[in-house]
Design a protein around this ligand. Structure first.
Ligand code: ADP
Length: 608
């Protein structure tokens, strides 16, 4: 994407995201920036009135002026807290963008270390007001009042065109406002060019300084973290690092001071030609207005209005250019930002709706499927071809690292197969709408995450839920009575971090909650990935016994490296180094020579 498009997109995005904030900010700027211009208008009118000796109008004029000022001040005062509130909401929304993107992008990207690194870098940029989207906001908020000043200035300069040319002697024909306006515009053009050039240089040197500062900022953050960490206090004292750290901080401060003053000197030098030109324009215009007044072509009072309007404009114009140049001088952070934000979302993958079937007949068929994690050549799953019947219970067993969890990730489409395919009811799973496809599965992963909030919400994953169904599912995993005895029942907060009246539960109870959550989802396919890791043997036995009751007529996958669990299933799939090396019932497999018997014998001692 080219730089122009990137900035256009960023500006549109920033305005869209902070719509309310910017509307209020523009209103506030209108109130504050307009005050001096309105002042010029009234002072001109007051002087004009003084000249006519018609003093009776004066009190009214002064009263009008004061009332308008008061109204502007009240508006400004009212708006200020609103603007500040909206700004903080807007900044929150802006900072949340990359993390929100992580939630909507395809999981296979969200899990990759490259994308996580990218996220880290982008979030760091987002925390710096001189880069990425925050830079656009900072510069826009500086440009808006200047733009308002320019609009006011242009409006106030209009009387120049009502100059009565008949009052100007013929030899001064070149003083016609149109000719002067043309010269004025040409001079503005020239100043803008000079300004653009110097601004570009100053923006570049600013960027250079910022990149030098980056290293020091990182060091500063590191040292701060070290000082904040109570544990590191031991080393700092024992190795006598205190003096050294103080010295470090001092020398960093000196270096940064040097950088800043160098930058300021360079900036001053660069700004000189442009501001000189603008000043010359200022004098010329003053002279022109003065001569017009002397010739009687403009009323004396106009001098104040016109000259002030002009000098406000002439200050605002270079400032806008400077801000705009500062804004466009660092496109790389924005390019990184949008490269990240443009990673494909889950929504865009597949469009076919998943047929709603009351009989839950969703049949899965894996064909020559192989898989390697993105960025790796190692095939974690190798040429797997299997068919799974509706309503059967499958155990997936195998040593750690043999590919069991990865198989589930591919089956549920968290990842796409690298080769081959998974078919659901004879159609390639990739064709289905991903959200609808996800809904086919109730999964409890080994590294399940509970989400805070109340126990009821944790099971239902929704703010509003059917209490009966939640309790019913908690009963199934043996947690119903525990929850009923709590004073706030299902509304009890999980954990005490955010709520003192919350409840801390054991690892086993957490895992049961996670199982109840997958049951509440009531999906046609249940997957339990090592669900018993945190359960004590008695509870583990309870869950096995209850397994049929838990999953009923759903198709179920039960992953475990403990073979005792596999006995409860209709069929067992044995994984070894990414391949399914055996498939059959427990009885068939223990009677066969092979991996299963090997594993069974190795583990049998624990099941005696
Ligand atoms: P199991 O569930 O049988 O213990 P996994 O499916 O978790 O095995 O892992 C299979 C292989 O894939 C292992 O070698 C593991 O290191 C690798 N692996 C797992 N997750 C990732 C990942 N996100 N990125 C790269 N490699 C991974």
């Amino acid at each position: 994407m080219d730089t122009y498009r990137i900035f256009k997109r960023a500006i549109v995005d920033v305005f869209k995201l902070g719509k309310r904030y910017y509307v209020l900010f523009i209103l506030q700027s209108l109130a504050s920036t307009s005050a001096p211009f309105i002042g010029f208008i009234f002072i001109t009118r007051i002087i004009a009135t003084l000249n006519t000796n018609n003093m009776s109008l004066l009190p009214e004029l002064i009263a009008q002026y004061l009332i308008i000022l008061l109204i502007l001040q009240i508006i400004g005062g009212f708006l200020e807290p609103l603007v500040n509130d909206e700004k903080s909401l807007f900044l929150r929304k802006m900072f949340a963008l990359p993390n929100k993107k992580m939630l909507t992008m395809r999981y296979q990207q969200a899990e990759s270390s490259e994308v996580r690194e990218q996220l880290d870098i982008i979030n760091r940029y987002m925390q710096n007001s001189q880069s990425s989207l925050p830079l656009i906001d900072v510069r826009m908020t500086a440009i808006i009042p200047d733009l308002i000043a320019i609009i006011w200035g242009t409006v106030l300069l209009l009387p120049l065109f009502s100059v009565d040319m008949s009052l100007i002697p013929d030899q001064f024909w070149w003083m016609h406002p149109l000719i002067i306006l043309t010269i004025f515009i040409a001079l503005i053009g020239l100043s803008v060019l000079v300004q653009l050039k110097t601004s570009k240089k100053s923006a570049e040197s600013f960027q250079q300084m910022m990149s030098k500062l980056k290293r020091f900022n990182a060091m500063f953050l590191y040292e701060h973290a070290l000082l904040e960490d109570v544990q590191s206090g031991k080393e700092i004292r024992l190795y006598n690092l205190t003096t050294k750290m103080v010295k470090n901080v001092e020398s960093e401060e000196n270096y940064i001071r040097g950088l800043l003053s160098d930058n300021y000197r360079r900036f001053r030098k660069m700004i000189l030609p442009a501001s000189g030109l603008f000043q010359i324009m200022n004098y010329l215009i003053y002279g022109y207005i003065g001569v017009l007044v002397l010739m009687g072509a403009l009323p004396v009072a106009m001098i104040i209005l016109l000259s002030n309007a002009l000098s406000q404009m002439i200050t605002a114009l270079p400032s806008i250019i400077q801000q705009a140049m500062m804004m466009v001088s660092s496109p790389n952070e924005l390019k990184d930002f949008y490269a990240f934000m443009d990673l494909p979302d889950e929504e865009v993958v597949g469009s076919l709706p998943v047929e709603k079937r009351l009989d839950n007949r969703y049949r899965f068929n894996v064909q020559n499927m192989s898989f390697a994690y993105p960025g790796s050549d190692e095939q974690v799953l190798k040429n797997i071809s299997e068919t799974f019947e509706v309503g059967k219970k499958y155990a997936i067993v195998g040593e750690n690292g043999s590919g069991k969890t990865t198989f589930i990730k591919v089956l549920t489409r968290l990842y796409d197969p690298t080769e081959g395919s998974i078919k659901m009811n004879k159609i390639d799973a990739r064709k289905y709408d991903l959200r609808e496809y996800f809904n086919l599965f109730g999964v409890v992963f080994q590294d399940y995450h509970l989400v805070g909030f109340s126990l009821g919400q944790n099971v239902s994953v929704q703010p509003m839920f059917d209490k009966e169904i939640v309790l019913n599912n908690l009963d199934k995993v043996g947690l119903g009575n525990f929850v009923r005895k709590l004073p706030d029942h299902l509304d009890t907060h999980l954990g005490t971090e955010f709520d003192d009246s919350g409840v801390n539960v054991s690892g086993g109870q957490e895992q049961k909650l996670a199982i109840a959550r997958s049951l509440y989802k009531d999906s046609p396919v249940m997957i339990l990935d090592e669900p018993t890791a945190a359960l004590d043997p008695l509870t583990e036995f309870e869950i096995y016994q209850n397994f049929d009751n838990l999953v009923k007529d759903k198709t179920a996958f039960y992953i475990s490296h403990r073979l005792s669990s596999s006995k409860f299933c209709d069929e067992i799939l044995v994984f070894d180094k990414g391949e399914i090396v055996q498939r059959g019932t427990h009885k068939e497999l223990v009677d066969q020579e092979g991996k299963y018997r090997e594993l069974w014998n190795a583990q049998a001692q624990y099941y005696q």
